[in-house]
Design a protein around this ligand. Structure first.
Ligand SMILES: NC(=O)c1ccc[n+]([C@@H]2O[C@H](COP(=O)([O-])OP(=O)(O)OC[C@H]3O[C@@H](n4cnc5c(N)ncnc54)[C@H](OP(=O)(O)O)[C@@H]3O)[C@@H](O)[C@H]2O)c1
Length: 261
């Protein structure tokens, strides 16, 4: 329970507090416009979901937190992106396949781009099934990318190179700034990171995140679930600005935060 405020005439009272209602409440927006990447240069957006008490997974899966609106938004954000960065832990936990177009197709969204964005999977060990659809069924115009390190097992790197495009950045640990620069150099300026939490913590710590899209799932879970960032404290926490807030009719919130300045 919150502490009761002192009965002090100088003090601001609860009644003086003013909060703005959600801008889009009762006022539908076209999400493809609302989530369009800003023009003019590379932009790295993350898209994550958490329960009201901050859990980033339910029964070890992010999907257990979502609903249909969240899945549609996830799909749309993929459709808007040039590349989707994701950690090997999430690929293994969620059984990722290659990106597929959303309902109705993405022709209008993607115009002169490949029909889908490639996945760029972060992994040092490269302990991934190279015969899995995430590699074998990727669109030829959007071959899966592996973001790895110089100390990755050489045999795995050679095998991976037959099924994916391999980008090496960093010695023992992926250098996220260098990896992002490599993706941008390949024309992937609209970047989307789908986590997981260990990857996202490093993306944020490296200072390359521009936007955080957060779905707040109306659940209270407790338990030992990690948060949407899982890593050491960020040395200089970026200050964010709320760019937009939307809701659906199932009490989910869809927040868009962008880095200040
Ligand atoms: N709430 C959400 O929105 C959300 C989103 C995504 C995932 N999740 C959940 O999060 C869990 C998985 O997340 P996670 O944090 O454990 O894994 P993760 O961040 O997806 O991936 C971690 C893996 O990425 C690789 N990696 C990370 N940093 C690296 C570096 N600097 N250099 C080289 N490789 C690096 C390593 O792969 P190797 O071991 O192959 O070397 C590591 O095991 C699942 O339960 C999933 O459902 C939640």
């Amino acid at each position: 329970m919150h502490e009761s405020p002192q009965n002090d005439v100088e003090q601001t009272t609860d009644a003086d507090l003013a909060l703005r209602p959600l801008a889009a409440a009762g006022d539908p927006v076209r999400l493809a416009d609302a989530y369009a990447y800003p023009p003019g240069g590379p932009w790295l957006r993350a898209n994550m979901i958490a329960s009201v008490d901050g859990a980033a997974a339910r029964d070890d899966r992010a999907g257990g937190l979502g609903n249909e609106t969240d899945r549609r938004l996830l799909s749309l954000l993929r459709g808007l992106a040039d590349v989707v960065i994701v950690g090997a832990g999430t690929v293994r936990a969620e059984g990722y396949g290659p990106v597929r177009p959303g309902p109705g197709g993405w022709e209008k969204l993607r115009a002169d781009r490949p029909p889908v964005p490639p996945l760029a999977i972060v992994s040092r060990r490269l302990d991934l099934d190279l015969d899995a659809p995430v590699f074998t069924d990727a669109d030829p115009a959007a071959r899966t990318i592996l973001l790895t390190t110089r100390t990755a097992p050489p045999g795995r790197v050679r095998a991976a190179a037959e099924r994916a495009e391999v980008i090496v950045a960093g010695e023992d640990r992926l250098d996220f700034a260098a990896a992002v620069a490599e993706l941008v150099a390949r024309g992937h300026e609209r970047l989307l990171c789908e986590g997981g939490p260990r990857v996202l913590a490093q993306v944020v710590a490296t200072g390359v995140l521009d936007e955080m899209c957060l779905t707040v799932s109306p659940m209270l879970l407790s338990g030992g679930a990690f948060r949407i960032l899982n890593g050491p404290a960020v040395p200089v926490p970026p200050r964010l600005r709320l760019a937009a807030a939307y809701q659906d009719d199932e009490d989910f919130l869809f927040l868009r935060y962008v880095r200040r300045g």
